[in-house]
Design a protein around this ligand. Sequence first.
Ligand SMILES: NC(=O)c1ccc[n+]([C@@H]2O[C@H](COP(=O)([O-])OP(=O)(O)OC[C@H]3O[C@@H](n4cnc5c(N)ncnc54)[C@H](OP(=O)(O)O)[C@@H]3O)[C@@H](O)[C@H]2O)c1
Length: 326
Amino acid sequence: MTLSNLPPLVTIFGGSGFVGRHVVRVLAKRGYRIRVAVRRPDLAGHLQPLGKVGQISFVQANVRYRKSVDRAVEGADHVINCVGVLFESGRNTFDAVQDFGARAVAEAARAAGATLTHISAIGADARSASSYARTKGRAEAAILDTLPGAIILRPSIIFGPEDGFFNKFAEMARFSPFLPLIGGGHTRFQPVYVADVAEAVGRAVDGALKAGTIYELGGPQVLSFRDCLEIMLKTIERKRSFVSIPFGIASLMGSVASLVPFITPPLTADQVVLLKSDNVVSAKAEAEGRTLTAIGIKPTMLESILPTYLVRYRPQGQYTGSGRAA
Ligand SMILES: NC(=O)c1ccc[n+]([C@@H]2O[C@H](COP(=O)([O-])OP(=O)(O)OC[C@H]3O[C@@H](n4cnc5c(N)ncnc54)[C@H](OP(=O)(O)O)[C@@H]3O)[C@@H](O)[C@H]2O)c1
């Protein structure tokens, strides 16, 4: 194979994360050359078997350091940004990672003459009271300013084997007799399967999506926070009580939890702000064909996937007799 007929090179920032690893899998199957840009390449070895020998390479990059971003993007045909943080830790702040970092990736992609797919989130809004949503919103505007042809994907809450939502509450249900319903559990989500999000990224890289467009990715069902926990409990065959926690108290608990050093806070005050708004695909995105279905992907049902990875939280794991509840 000569240099001119090599498959296109795709650089993926955040390829080691939950969404990133599924994106790597989807692109590897399509035959792209993949360069995974991560802070700790030595910890990203789990990605190597997803591709053929020599198909996936690694480069050290931190989106807070522009030079490392430029180096990672050099020679790339397409750039994907799957970097995000749900809580701040040290210098990895929302501003530094989701705003400054996302701009750095867009500027580097433009300088390299590459196209860009950026993962944002439903609720991204430059005027939001939540730092997570605000920095996502600011980044979207800056990206489209820098690269008007960029594609932005805004998922609702994402489920899949390594997710941080269903796994967290299923783990909690193993030990706790009750589960918290933040703000009464009324917030509505549209859980979307990680493989569907990755497939949307794959189609963006293939050039099948409309340049300069913001897509909103949701699953086939709109479910309340409470509905999600009930489906999770049914899946792991456990019965637990719910305790409603008003937003004000949850926010206080989140602030205190964030003060404890060296632990991943189970909830932050910023996440409580996010929970005050529904996280579903907008009617405008539906009407304008900026959804999964519109790009030819049939969204996967939550109940068809949850048992494949939550089975380990059942009282006796996969050997739990169906119908019993602990
Ligand atoms: N999961 C969801 O339900 C959900 C919903 C909507 C939108 N999203 C968005 O989807 C994207 C992926 O989320 P995820 O769930 O896959 O998150 P994740 O598992 O936490 O992955 C985040 C990735 O970002 C990387 N990262 C963090 N700080 C970095 C920095 N300074 N420089 C370079 N890389 C850095 C992490 O690498 P390290 O290994 O080095 O930490 C990791 O690979 C994010 O933009 C997120 O906001 C997620």
